[in-house]
Design a protein around this ligand. Sequence first.
Ligand SMILES: *Cc1c(COP(=O)(O)O)cnc(C)c1O
Length: 458
Amino acid sequence: MVLRELPSVDRLVRAADPLGEYPHAVAVRHARRLLEEVRGEVRRGGPVPDPEALAARLRARLEELFRPHLVGAINATGVVLHTNLGRAPLSARALARLQAVAAGYSNLEFDLEAGRRGHRTVHVRRLLTELTGAEDALVVNNNAAAVTLALRALCAGRRVLVSRGEAVEIGGRFRIPEVLAQSGAHLVEVGTTNRTYADDYRAAADEETAAILRVHRSNFRLEGFVHSPSRSELRRVADEHGLLFLEDLGSGSLLETTSLGLPPEPTVQEALAGGADLVFFSGDKLLGGPQAGLIVGRRDLVEALRRHPLTRALRVDKLTLAALEGTLLSYLEGKALEEIPIWRMLSTPPEALRRRARRWLRWVRKVGGKGEVRPCASAVGGGALPGADLPSFALVLLHPRPEGVAWRLRLQSPPVVARLEGEALWFDPRTVLPEQEKAFRAALEGAIRATFLEEADG
Ligand SMILES: *Cc1c(COP(=O)(O)O)cnc(C)c1O
């Protein structure tokens, strides 16, 4: 019976982990599981692995189990708000607040002055109202939660008017019709896909209607024969029919993007000044902070949301609040452009990017690789400024098998994610943080050398 040739659990553990680096109980559990699998393989006619190979398999499993899986990465794609790569990197100030609050106890829900229970909602409220001009503010887990909460608390069982051109899917399964259905509100689409007028809202408003919901189209753009009513027109319709005017800004911005030479992205301030009762936006898009959903607007409405039972389930933790406070303080001090990584990236002039791409090219050539510097376009991402291209320069690595290099780069530590396009691998310096320059160089050189070795091997 060949199964006898398999080592015992103990022998296997000793062979895989001779120095006892891994917790014994964990190693034993995985050794049992592995032996079980191998017995199955052998019964189905597979070969009996030699003890060394078996030990190596167990070792690899233990290594993988204990290696952090969520790791920092280098984003060389040029997409600033890359949802798959974690959206906005935090500022040094946000990280400092995080560190100061997360490592110990805090006044999260403790009123220091009165010496009794306080509220976690107060910490960033003053900053959000100060910066946006809103009467009140509330923070929840993300923007999807913010919109869902508001619709549930203020519109459940009643009708909500949405322009047909705004009943969109944002990505990540956030679809306006489904969000409305989840919240218990009834979606009433008004107008047509390309043209909607204030009168379309007027005609649809009735006794059962609770609100007008205006939605930022995010990652797509309507061009040509199009019309949407202005905020002041929607405000007028809302007043005529006693409706709420809610606006999902998506990314939202506290800064004027036009001052950076970018197309306009609606600011939170202008949405409120334009007449929206409540405005919803994300913490980790153009705000440049942690994942969060920010709700700003009328005091009575925010208060109603604060008291709603669902709010407890959507609340943010101290880590989010600390990072958010640090982020917002940069805006209040007028230092957002310098301090917040995404604004630094968005405002880097193309000439500086070209210089970095050229430096990268020299590294590539030094290790025997081929490439060139070419003009390219970075993207904002995160549903902000759809279609807006930021002129940039990329290092383009020319290699017969660019997918192979891309794969090796993803396996580096930290991993590097670049853009495969037109048979070449593109690296846009805009989204590679200056602090990551050394690690990037090591990864790039490592991946190029490894692919050469592979070619030499045949
Ligand atoms: C991104 C986006 C959302 C979802 O925001 P999250 O913070 O990712 O939950 C909702 N609405 C719009 C218009 C968006 O662009």
